[in-house]
Design a protein. Structure first.
Length: 367
């Protein structure tokens, strides 16, 4: 508040004639608006223009960067915007500029907090640039609603689902000029090879020789977790036997119940598995329930490792060992990629690392 009031003291800006737009009184009024408070919930663009001694059109050009404005006038407008804490009406802006400043993230399951954390990272960047972020879950959305995004003045979409599944929709997005992240040439991917290798070695050092995998469908993004598991098992002299692998319905189903069902399948096979790697934390929690209902303990009888490191992973009993993904950073990088494309810059593929986090759901193999 002190800075805002100080900047409105007469003399901070040179006095100008009435033709030249501004005098000290306008800035005094900016100070009064702030001092009175909270008394005024919203400062209008018209008031910003009056206080800066410029036209409303100039204020609009400075805020939207839609037309070149002299450095002097730009600084004047920006200072009044800062001092009055002016926030433009984005809906009104979109009607005038035809730019919605609206991006979306399309996910499989909106209930999975993994995606809400990614959306949070996107929002951190988006809000600074004047964009809003919509989180769209395919479990609550039909294909027609996805088509409807084209008519909703949306600027960009971060795709976290299998591209081929909705290829026709996404290709129409491209034709409509919508920026896309999550496709070839512009994606944010995760490298699981090192973290999965660390996890398998850790379990092997604890005496585990039969390590199961509750996996997803072959075309899904989690397939890299499957290939990393197979490679690491072989590296440490362990056999990734087909009987140890249960192919679940991920990414179409990522819920507690899906892990519960998959774990029951593995238990019925009587493989003697003493540890299991689950490609999703929510599914891992379901797997723990199945183990307990079978009269066994975690990690006493079977160690469990999840993947994603969602919020609940550290809160459950026992706290879940997991492969941690930098979820907010995924969102931030995706938003920066969208902004680059929106502003005409080429996209790029980004690969982020993951980390194996040891908690209490893993322990020595049962003798």
């Amino acid at each position: 508040m002190q800075n805002a009031v100080e900047s409105a003291i007469p003399g901070r800006f040179p006095d100008v004639t009435s033709r030249g737009r501004i005098d000290g009184g306008g800035l005094d009024r900016a100070a009064r608006i702030l001092q009175e408070g909270q008394g005024r919930s919203m400062v209008t663009r018209k008031e910003v223009a009056r206080l800066a001694g410029v036209s409303e059109a100039t204020v609009s050009h400075v805020i939207n960067k839609s037309k070149a404005v002299s450095p002097e006038l730009t600084e004047r407008v920006q200072r009044v915007v800062r001092d009055t804490k002016y926030r433009p009406n984005r809906i009104a802006q979109s009607l005038v500029t035809k730019v919605g400043k609206h991006v979306a993230i399309i996910v499989e399951d909106i209930k999975n907090t993994y995606y809400s954390e990614i959306a949070e990272g996107m929002s951190e960047v988006a809000w600074k640039e004047g964009y809003i972020v919509s989180l769209i879950g395919l479990n609550y959305t039909n294909e027609e609603m996805l088509w409807d995004l084209i008519s909703r003045n949306i600027d960009g979409v971060f795709i976290t689902v299998a591209y081929d599944r909705l290829r026709r929709v996404f290709e129409e997005y491209r034709k409509a000029g919508i920026a896309l992240v999550g496709v070839d040439g512009c994606s944010v991917e995760l490298d699981y090879e090192r973290s999965v290798d660390h996890m398998i070695k850790y379990l092997a050092d604890l005496g585990h020789r039969k390590i199961g995998l509750l996996s997803g469908l072959p075309f899904s993004r989690v397939h890299t977790r499957y290939t990393s598991y197979v490679k690491s098992m072989r590296r440490y002299g362990l056999q990734p036997d087909a009987s140890l692998i249960v192919e679940g319905a991920y990414p179409f189903h990522t819920e507690f119940q899906d892990g519960y069902r998959a774990m029951n399948v593995l238990l019925r096979r009587k493989t003697g598995a003493t540890a299991v790697f689950v490609v999703n934390d929510m599914m891992a929690l379901g797997a723990i329930k199945a183990i307990r209902e079978a009269g066994m303990t975690v990690p006493g009888d079977i160690s469990v490792v999840g993947c994603d490191d969602i919020f609940f992973a550290s809160c459950v009993d026992p706290p879940l060992s997991t492969i941690s993904a930098p979820k907010k950073e995924i969102g931030r990088r995706a938003m920066y990629c969208l902004l680059d494309q929106i502003h005409g810059k080429p996209g790029e593929d980004i690969v982020l690392g993951t980390e194996f986090v040891v908690r209490s759901s893993t322990g020595p193999a049962k003798k």
